[in-house]
Ligand binder design. Structure first.
Ligand code: NOJ
Ligand code: CA
Length: 675
């Protein structure tokens, strides 16, 4: 009897195993990660991820719900399986590092429905040693020509308990939330990148790459570690409308032993298409800029016309002179064009992108800037009214091109779901910042700008998914809480904010955070930082365009720390994470692309700490002068931020430095190469 029972159980186990047996499998080049794809008993595709033999993503569903056709997620047979590999290295025109290795094994699984519809869907996995990307590819086929997607059923079933760092999706303030650190089980609907650390210490960041003509993905907690994709809505029912053939964006998981491993990862860029602008470096090179900006956020000047209008010719000349004298290439000018009424943010309908205010002499200022070797940076605040902006776009960019204004900051200040776009019916429809309409809009702006050799820096943008590789004139963006929150009456950014950003938002790509406020003062409120930390942010938060955000007089009052802002480049050939924990602290070293000099930035949260940093990244045998900008003995983000000690000492790659970071503080170092 017992024997018969054992046989019965064994048979049952075998049957279950047979149903879930992997039908396709691929392993990363160094045998670290692997992916198995299988069909369950209902013909539903699932994938599983293991790392060094241990399951990290348990069987997770794949497929789609459609608005006008039966769902596409079961009754499938696997009709083809192909594998391939790649190992190449490509060069970035600008970026955290000059050369990027792209080394992966690929698995393509073709599914065909067993029903009479016989619809087909491919899923392609690219498996690297430090991450995985997969996307759906819809081949051309008779029974699926228009693809109207109601939802993806893509899942990510995290196998182990974990801590998550995340911001909520579908809230009015778009991407501008402080990161929450919670048990994974307490996440609601999160935006991506969402970063987790499992109990075993594995770090995983979930995001997407190459978000083109599709809607942005969010992650909904379904319980027991299981997350499901929730696409951003559209005004017309279907969240995505496409014609086959087409590919979805890549769904990505960066996977590393350490927090720093996430930052060293090139997965998102590697999954994007190569550059469409091979000569971009001849017309865009990273730079630093100042501008008519912080004074408005402090309410000392105004965007709109009147006695305190910031963008007046004399004030802009003052900034051009300051930029020229201190080596900044760019001068941003906001509030230069008609439309800054008292209620601009409510509709954006009055913005005119070719008509300057009368006290802003754009022709004279372009001439004056050019004579001083400075470039004005344009500004297109749309208030999310792209129905007003798009018809003006080409003329607006033509104007900039004619005047030598070769970078533009765009802006989409509108509540989530408040984008005004003209639909195919000619009427205004309300859309979401991360929906398909905006994915199309941003690329349209970037492509029109590229034709005119203009770089784009979008605020209140769609999330970054690495499209800077394909369109390297998309140079930066906002898409998180930046410095501006420290000016307003709103609670300022807490000291842990930047240590959160590095391991979450910054994994998506560059951010125009606008650091360098040495006054440490917002509008009637202190900034929760030290001066040394403000300097460190130029190294820690990557952007190829980096603002020195403070007022001219505040830089004049702080010439010694200002020297670091003048010296630090924005153009790097290498970037290394020396230490760090999500939300606690991080130290990053970067090498200047145009010299042998290195720079180091280290920031901490509200806790002071002492970090030991071996300088083994420096070239052996070379001598360097380390110019150190450190928190002083009394430094503290609570009222003693200006205590900074600046000193210089000789170092080599054999040395180890001890960095003492004050509570809420940081440290910045310039290593000047000698012989
Ligand atoms: C919000 C942007 O983030 C900020 O930089 C800009 O000054 C205002 N919008 C006005 O466009
Ligand atoms: Ca903003």
């Amino acid at each position: 009897m017992i024997r018969r029972l054992i046989v019965f159980i064994a048979a049952a186990l075998f049957a279950t195993a047979a149903a879930a047996a992997p039908e396709a499998r691929v392993t990363s080049p160094g045998n670290i990660l692997s992916v198995e794809v299988a069909l369950n008993g209902e013909g539903r595709p699932e994938y599983t991820v293991t790392r060094l033999g241990r399951v990290v993503i348990a069987p997770s569903r794949l497929g789609f719900l459609l608005t006008d056709a039966p769902k596409l997620e079961r009754n499938f047979a696997i009709t083809d399986v192909r594998t391939s590999s790649a190992d190449d290295t490509w060069e970035q025109p600008w970026g955290e590092r000059r050369f990027v290795r792209n080394h992966y094994n690929e698995l393509r699984v073709s599914f065909t429905e067993t029903s009479e519809l016989k619809r087909r869907l491919d899923v392609v996995f690219r498996v690297y040693d430090d991450g995985i990307g997969f996307r759906y590819e819809f081949p051309e086929q008779p029974n699926l020509t228009t693809v109207n997607i109601a939802e993806e059923v893509t899942e990510f079933a995290v196998a182990d308990p974990a801590t998550a760092w995340w911001i909520p999706a579908f809230q009015w303030n778009r991407e501008e939330y402080l990161y929450s650190r919670t048990p994974l089980a307490e996440v609601g609907v999160a935006q991506t990148p969402m970063t987790i650390r499992t109990e075993a210490g594995l770090h995983i960041s979930f995001h997407e790459a190459a978000l083109v003509d599709y809607s942005g993905m969010n992650l909904q907690n379904e319980g027991h570690g299981r997350f499901r994709a929730v696409l951003t809505p559209s005004s017309d029912g279907a969240k995505v409308r496409r014609m086959a053939p087409f590919n979805t964006p890549w769904r990505t998981m960066q996977i590393a032993d350490s927090a720093g491993g996430l930052v060293m990862n090139n997965l998102i860029l590697n999954l994007n298409e190569p550059s469409r602008l091979p000569d971009v470096r001849s017309w865009f090179k990273p730079f630093k800029y100042v501008g008519i900006w912080w004074a408005m956020h402090l309410d000392k000047e105004t965007w709109g016309p009147g006695p305190r209008h910031g963008a007046n010719t004399a004030n802009v000349k003052r900034y051009i002179d300051f930029a020229a004298a201190n080596g900044f290439r760019g001068v941003l000018v906001e509030g230069w064009n008609e439309g800054w009424t008292d209620t601009w943010f409510a509709s954006g309908k009055d913005f005119n992108f070719t008509r300057p205010y009368p006290d802003f002499d754009i022709e004279e200022l372009a001439r004056y800037a050019k004579a001083k070797g400075v470039h004005l940076i344009g500004h297109h605040e749309t208030a999310g009214n792209i129905a007003n902006y798009e018809p003006q776009l080409e003329a607006a960019l033509d104007l900039y091109q004619r005047l030598g204004i070769d970078a533009v900051k765009t802006g989409y200040v509108a509540d989530m779901g408040g984008i005004q776009a003209r639909g195919p019916d000619g009427k205004i429809h309300f859309e979401w910042h991360e929906g398909q309409v905006m994915a199309r809009h941003h690329l349209k702006v970037v492509m029109e700008a590229a034709k005119r050799h203009i770089g784009v820096n979008a605020h209140e943008p769609i999330k970054d998914t690495g499209l800077r590789r394909t369109w390297p004139n998309w140079v930066s963006r906002e898409g998180a809480r930046g410095m501006e929150y420290n000016a307003w009456g709103a609670p300022p950014n807490p000291p842990e904010h930047e240590a959160n950003l590095v391991f979450t938002r910054m994994l998506a790509g560059p951010m125009d955070f606008t650091p360098g406020v040495l006054s440490l003062e917002g509008k009637g409120q202190p900034i929760l930082s030290t001066q040394a930390k403000q300097l460190a942010l130029y190294v820690v938060l990557y952007s190829p365009i980096a603002m020195a955000a403070d007022l001219i007089e505040n830089y004049q009052a702080n010439p010694r720390p200002f020297q670091f802002i003048k010296d630090v480049p924005a153009d790097w050939s290498e970037s290394l994470v020396l230490n760090g924990e999500v939300g606690d602290f991080v130290t990053i070293a970067r090498k200047d692309r145009n010299s042998e000099n290195w720079y180091l930035g280290s920031v901490t949260d509200e806790n002071g700490r002492t970090l030991t940093v071996p300088l083994s990244f420096l070239t052996p045998g070379k001598k360097y002068r380390a110019q150190i900008y450190a928190d002083g003995p009394t430094a503290d983000y609570r009222g003693h931020g200006k205590d900074i000690v600046i000193e210089e000492r000789p170092v080599t790659s054999a040395d180890t430095l001890t960095l003492r970071l004050a509570p809420g503080g940081g440290q910045a170092i310039r290593f000047v190469a000698g012989k």
